[in-house]
Design a protein around this ligand. Structure first.
Ligand SMILES: [Zn+2]
Length: 285
């Protein structure tokens, strides 16, 4: 069979599986690349950019926090303005048509919500919120952007545009360019402000994992979209679905950690594959 025929066969196979009952969905960075938010890993599961920030380093080191916030200050507008891709839209159509159940995402960009889906479990949190590590007060990231601008009136004009974005709303700046960057503290208690996302080296909150696991257990199967599942925090859902005898299917260009247990795999661009899946199920946008 040609590659095209193989992909068509796999999409048909996925359509048949989905007609048996709603699937839970797990999405990763591969879905958001078309929205201008780059993926951490390439198709072989290797790091594409510098290593992401570590949770403990952020809490312990003011230099790390200064670097994070300087980069985030530059990278945030692009993330805030990012628009859902055709793939996000297709998943919303499938969800509205009840072909899909709960949508679990490893992404922190809020694009599923922007695409109109309101049954989203953000495993790693959302980049649109900032939390005080001392009093736990939550602030809108857009408000913190104003504080950052007020603390650093001369920073933006020099640096914006020079840096490329990273997946967590962070941007890639040279070390020297943020040495004088000033970071705001929590207005209520002077505590450390941290984006309300799960950094590497931190755990996804237990109740959030339990909610996502329950969604997988209630579903007919699990559809993985745009994730290599390299990190266990995502892989465990595929493992659990498989353990319960439910089909696990992936739309991903490149290897996934779940390859040995997949019932079907579609190695196409997520946007293209999801549009064809809608067609196969006669679901119109
Ligand atoms: Zn506080």
């Amino acid at each position: 069979m040609t590659e095209h025929a193989t992909a068509s066969h796999d999409i048909e196979r996925l359509a048949v599986l989905l007609s048996g009952g709603p699937f839970a969905v797990l999405t990763g960075a591969g879905l958001s690349t078309a929205s201008g938010i780059p993926a951490y890993r390439d198709r072989h599961g290797q790091w594409q950019h510098r290593k992401p920030i570590q949770h403990q380093d952020f809490l312990k080191s003011e230099t790390v926090r200064r670097r994070y916030w300087a980069r985030s200050f530059v990278g945030w507008p692009r993330v805030a303005q990012a628009q859902p891709s055709d793939g996000h839209a297709a998943l919303t159509h499938l969800w509205r048509a009840a072909a899909l159940g709960a949508l679990i995402t490893q992404n922190v960009d809020g694009l599923h919500q922007k695409a109109g889906c309101d049954d989203v479990i953000e495993l790693h949190g959302g980049i649109d919120q900032v939390r005080c590590m001392a009093c736990q007060q939550v602030y809108a990231r857009a408000l913190v952007q104003q504080w950052l601008a007020q603390c650093n009136p001369d920073f933006a004009s020099d640096t914006v545009g020079a840096a490329g974005p990273a997946p967590d709303g962070d941007a890639q700046l040279e070390d020297a360019s943020y040495a004088g960057f000033r970071i705001p503290a929590c207005p209520a208690c002077e505590g450390i402000l941290k984006p309300d996302v799960v950094f590497f080296g931190d755990n996804v909150p237990r109740e959030r994992v339990a909610g996502a696991m329950q969604a997988v257990e209630q579903a007919h199967g699990l559809l993985v979209v745009g994730s290599s599942l390299t990190v266990y925090s995502g892989y465990r859902f595929a493992e659990q679905a498989h353990r319960l005898g439910k089909p696990v299917v992936a739309i991903n260009q490149g290897v996934t950690r779940a390859d040995p247990i997949l019932r079907a795999k579609i190695e196409l661009d997520c946007n293209h594959a999801l549009a064809r899946l809608c067609q196969a199920l006669s679901i119109q946008p």
